[in-house]
Design a protein around this ligand. Structure first.
Ligand code: FDM
Length: 209
């Protein structure tokens, strides 16, 4: 039986990283094997360029940044598929949806052009969009000064996520204004349902889009 591929998405500071860690912990306690993967992966060659771009140490054309974010996923795609084939469930902390939403909203790139570079990547079985208003997210301890960390930009990003990328068959929009525990309790049954369903139907991993 293959592992399931689950993506957590949302604007900055919506709680994705905390929820991914909490879900991994709960799934492990229930006997599942789980890995959490984060994009961008800032440790690879493309990731180092992206880290410099995000921290404003380097300037880059928006299209170049988009292609690097996309390449940063493509360079891990085979490893991701092999991990799933070993029966490991993978929780993604951001994925191609962030790739399209941020590039289209912030750099005003054509959405179809942004989607095209993601076509063919392993498709998550489910996407959990943690929905907080960018103003509430910013109030959670503030932004750290990276590129894109401003409320008006994040408002535009949220609009692209919900108006252009929302896919009723695959997405759950989870209200995420509550406490860590409240959000975890909303996510957990949805995640368990997906993990348990995979034990009965060994469907192959799909591809975007
Ligand atoms: N981001 C992230 C993109 O612009 N494109 C992408 O493909 C991905 C995965 O990078 F501002 C943006 C989103 C966010 C930043 O921040 C990464 P975190 O805190 O490492 O998630």
């Amino acid at each position: 039986m293959r592992g399931v591929l689950l993506a957590l998405e949302g604007v900055d500071r919506c709680g994705k990283t905390t929820q991914a860690a909490r879900l991994a912990e709960t799934l492990r306690q229930r006997g599942h094997t789980v890995e959490t993967w984060r994009f961008p992966d800032r440790t690879t060659a493309t990731g180092k360029l992206l880290d410099a771009y995000l921290s404003r140490a380097a300037e880059m054309d928006g299209r170049v940044a988009h292609l690097l974010f996309s390449a940063n996923r493509w360079e891990k795609a085979d490893q991701l598929l092999r991990t799933l084939q070993r029966g490991v469930h993978v929780l993604l902390d951001r994925y191609a949806y962030s790739g399209v939403a941020f590039s289209a909203a912030v750099n005003q790139l054509d959405i179809d052009w942004c989607r095209a570079t993601e076509r063919g990547l392993p498709a998550p079985d489910r996407v959990f969009y943690l929905d907080v208003s960018p103003a509430a997210a910013a109030a959670r301890g503030g932004y750290g000064g990276e590129r894109y960390e401003s409320v008006p930009l994040q408002e535009q990003v949220r609009r692209v996520f919900l108006e252009h990328l929302y896919d009723a068959g695959r997405w759950h929009v989870v209200p995420a204004d509550g406490s860590v525990e409240q959000v975890h309790q909303q996510l957990l049954p949805l995640v368990l349902e997906c993990v348990e369903a995979a034990e009965h139907h060994n469907t192959p991993v799909g591809t975007l889009w």
